[in-house]
Design a protein around this ligand. Structure first.
Ligand SMILES: Nc1ccc(Br)nc1
Length: 446
């Protein structure tokens, strides 16, 4: 549609709005494909989940940050064949800028750290809960948006940072009733890959691509993996050895294969030592096949998985020591994780751990006739100023309707403003659970 300029100088499409020209036009009441509405019941569950994300972040001493959902496309144009890049929700805006709906939060966080520069002192412990987007062909019917909880530690090169992050996720799981028999963490380090590839002449800029390909193990046939590895410059010998190493499930075995003295082994040993001190040893296991699908990880990587093996990864993260410098920032070490809002809810459903969340209101206030509506408003205000929740009946309704509504919103008590009581400065109170009813002076309502 051509554009027009409205009174506020804003341009808009010519197509008549459903109401503006008086012609009713039935709109599609569903949200765009792959997106969700959050009506009250779903919003209560989302708020419960996000409240737990924020509570854990708070007790770990992290500060909340946020960024625009819309970012420059340049933040995400990595050339490592990542799915996150292939599905970038990007477009050209009216100023001819290439922009994108963020598919993840880490690049925005890195951008803000660089922007803040010397004005912030390291280490930074930041967390965010934000909506992330992908444009996926709807053939697979998957979602196009989800909310992610991220926690990041910026400026700590030691593996203590990764151990702290995993501890925060374990704390979250415990907080919502998930135990080590429900979920675990598979842990590895990309330095394992580096040490294997190091003994073969693999082009340096292929490392990210190799990781992205390896991350597809168990998702696509191994012959396809081998084909893609050859395409990025690996020899058959290198591929065979790499696949061998990736099948290792114990640190002792890995040390035999890699030999001692490498950083991969020392990092992982340190992490498992710290895990024991944090008290979450029975939540973690070494698994050399874990590389994660984001190109920028450089060290420890981990992912939370459901032990029944029915669900996709619950969360994932790792060290990304080079990301800030690739954005032109200083060489600042960093690590973090992302925790989506979808798989965890599927897990809670599976385990019967979804919380019972219903609307709770302390008072429903109702005028018994319309010339007492003002009186009812003043009673509602008095209660609200004391911090009480009040549902004020806003129009003349039969009592039967009021009682039905009181039950629906789980009101604890019904306050009726009637003329004879009001003459005496009183209102009548009915405790809805017991049926007890009494009159009370308005000033003594609490
Ligand atoms: N990165 C990303 C964004 C949105 C969804 Br849904 N899944 C993954």
């Amino acid at each position: 549609a051509q554009s027009q300029v409205d009174s506020g100088g804003r341009t808009g499409a010519l197509t008549p709005s459903p109401v503006a020209d008086g012609v009713a036009q039935k709109i599609d009441v569903n949200p765009p494909k792959g997106t969700r509405d959050f009506p009250p019941e779903e919003m209560r569950l989302r708020n419960w989940l996000f409240h737990n994300f924020r509570e854990v972040s708070r007790i770990f001493g992290f500060e909340e940050v946020d960024f625009p959902v819309l970012e420059s496309e340049a933040l995400f144009v990595r050339k490592a064949g990542e799915e996150i890049r292939d599905q970038l929700y990007c477009f050209e805006d009216r100023g001819n800028r290439r922009v994108a709906l963020r598919p993840e939060l880490t690049p925005s966080l890195a951008r803000l750290v660089i922007q803040k520069g010397k004005s912030v002192s390291l280490p930074l412990k930041w967390f965010a809960v934000g909506q992330c987007w992908r444009y996926e062909r709807m053939t697979r019917g998957r979602r196009r948006e989800h909310y992610q909880w991220n926690m990041d530690i910026i400026g700590v090169p030691e593996v203590t940072a990764e151990a702290e992050l995993i501890s925060s996720i374990v704390t979250f799981f415990k907080k919502i009733g998930i135990t080590a028999s429900d979920v675990g963490f598979k842990i590895s380090s990309r330095k394992v890959l580096q040490e294997v590839l190091g003994s073969y002449s693999v082009p340096e800029n292929s490392f990210g691509k190799v990781c992205v390909i390896i991350d597809k193990l168990e998702k696509i046939p191994v012959d396809e993996i081998k084909k893609e590895l050859k395409l990025v410059g690996m020899s058959e010998v290198a591929i065979e050895e790499l696949l061998q190493v990736l099948s290792i499930k114990s640190l002792e075995k890995l040390e035999e294969v890699l030999g001692g003295g490498g950083e991969a082994i020392s990092d992982l040993k340190r992490l498992f030592f710290l895990a024991e001190k944090f008290g979450y040893s029975d939540w973690i296991q070494f698994d050399a096949s874990i590389v994660r699908g984001l190109a920028y990880y450089t060290g420890i990587v981990f992912e939370g998985f459901d032990r029944e093996g029915k669900l996709r990864a619950i969360c994932g993260g790792g060290r990304y020591d080079k990301l800030l410098s690739t954005f032109g920032g200083d060489d600042i070490p960093a690590c973090g994780f992302g925790f989506g809002d979808a798989v965890i809810v599927e897990l809670l459903k599976e385990r019967g751990l979804l919380p019972e969340l219903s609307q709770q209101v302390e008072n429903i206030v109702c005028a018994l006739d319309q010339d007492l509506q003002g009186a009812a408003a003043s009673v509602a205000t008095k209660l609200r100023e004391k911090g009480q929740t009040v549902d004020l009946v806003l129009e003349g309704k039969p009592l039967k309707w009021v009682f039905k509504r009181a039950a629906r919103i789980n009101a604890q008590r019904l306050i009726l403003v009637g003329s004879s009581e009001w003459q005496k400065g009183m209102v009548s109170v009915k405790i809805l659970s017991s049926g007890e009813q009494y009159e009370v002076e308005v000033g003594k309502l609490e």
